[in-house]
Design a protein around this ligand. Structure first.
Ligand SMILES: [Zn+2]
Length: 177
């Protein structure tokens, strides 16, 4: 399959910068982010998860809003664009598990998360960056506060990572472990 993001990525030699649609991106080894993650988890315990989530949220919210506008995408097209882009910039293979615009729910699967692969075994789900990005996407689509949970994670020994995003926290269920 064609990688549209790589094809349209622009290299500014003078800046040493990579740009897609005028937005700067950078390639980074997963180990860099995972070392950062493990460092703040050690220093800040439970607060680390929130920081990682918020960081992902910022990226997901800005990107989904911009590309939705740039390419005049519908809500579902925006979700599909972000999933394809996620794969094409190396964040794993994304699959839509459910989109319910009436009950404001979005469910996504991610195979081969680079974060989980670099992290190693964990008792808890660890893909907070992806969870945040997907929540940022859901915020763009639903326009309300998003509750996001990673119910399955490769780092926990599950075959894939699964993310549940919703606006109504009472609908939250599944594996809390
Ligand atoms: Zn995961």
């Amino acid at each position: 399959m064609e990688n549209r993001i790589l094809k349209d990525l622009y290299f500014d030699n003078g800046k040493g910068g990579l740009f897609f649609q005028g937005v700067r991106y950078l390639l980074i080894r997963p180990e860099v982010l995972v070392t950062f993650q493990k460092g703040i988890e050690k220093e800040l315990a439970g607060k680390a998860e929130r920081i990682l989530f918020n960081s992902g949220f910022q990226g997901g919210m800005l990107s989904s809003k911009k590309f939705k506008e740039d390419f005049q995408l519908s809500d579902e097209e925006t979700i599909r664009f972000m999933m394809e882009m996620g794969a094409q910039i190396g964040w794993g293979r994304f699959e839509l598990a459910g989109f319910d615009p009436v009950n404001l729910r979005l469910s996504l699967k991610v195979y081969s998360s680079p974060f989980a692969e670099a992290y190693g075994k964990s008792e808890k789900s660890i893909c907070h960056f992806i969870r945040g990005v997907m929540a940022g996407l859901a915020f763009t689509i639903f326009g309300k506060e998003i509750y996001a949970e990673e119910t399955n994670c490769l780092a926990k020994g599950d075959p894939l990572c699964k993310f549940e995003l919703m606006c109504n926290p009472s609908a939250m269920g599944g594996d809390q472990a």
